[in-house]
Design a protein around this ligand. Sequence first.
Ligand code: SAM
Ligand code: SF4
Length: 322
Amino acid sequence: MAKDNFHRKIDYLRISVTDRCNLRCIYCMPEEGITLLNHDEILTYEEIIKISRAAVKAGLTRIRITGGEPLVRKDITELISEIAAIPGVRDLSLTTNGIYLENMAEELYSSGLRRINISLDTLNPERYLKITRGGDLNRVLKGIDRAIEVGFNPVKINTVAIKGVVEDELERFKELVYVKPVHVRFIEKMDITNSDSQGFYSCKEIMERFSKTTEIEETEGPVGAGPARYIKLKRAKGTIGFIGLYSEHFCDSCNRLRLTADGKLRTCLFAGEEFDLKTFIRNGASQEEIVDFIEKALKKKPENFKEALKSKGERTMRQIGG
Ligand code: SAM
Ligand code: SF4
């Protein structure tokens, strides 16, 4: 089992498979002027699999596929089935904006994926169009239904809490967990490069509003590797969760490393420091050497995001892999 220098068990790797995306969410990407990675800068599937095998040996047995938008990368289900087949992978999941999910849910499930997170910040079509700069809410809703239908469990909805949006949609999100077996998690908007200045709304405020209007109880929440707190609403099919970087002690239980699409290991979302695993691999590193590389990198994980910010980088969520 891998532990960092602050006695945290590190068992979770988030792999970004692309920096490309079919949306342009206001808190994640600028509207235009994006520099994309060239094809040869991006890790090949063979390289990602090699790293995943080594990561599992280093104790990172939970893997999430993310991006950019992972479903825009060609043959993504082939990568998923190869990772799912690596001995020792205890958990494999994917984060998507859901735009291509209706068509791909079945194939993703057949490739061995069982858990899926879908990002959805509003249930209002006009707002969705604005926040994502062009997305069609209906496609995401159909994608969610299809994911449930083909058997994904749990299906989690990631909702970035945006002031001016989330306050008057709490009742609609509540309704969603009453009628569908989904787990809505409100996420505090993080101040990452290129994220817009649109308002921050804290998990604490959301929780307070819920407790005023609804009978709730704290609960364990669905299977997963993240640092969320969950509440159950009486008779609901799903749960509501909170991921509060700023209002919870999020960093104490952080268990993750990130691999960017261009093969850099990052020990924290907020730290600028990157470990160039791609060059190491392309120079012919053996599996033992890659395991050693990962183990050494995770020892550099900062204690918390405030420490990490001292070396803040210039990459956006889409580039780092959210
Ligand atoms: N494109 C996929 C999606 O949107 O689900 C996967 C990548 S996206 C970068 C992963 C997650 O990061 C999404 O749930 C998104 O809402 C979240 N995210 C992006 N920028 C963020 C920010 N500034 N603060 C909080 N969450 C953010
Ligand atoms: Fe794309 Fe996801 Fe970023 Fe939105 S949050 S722009 S869907 S990568």
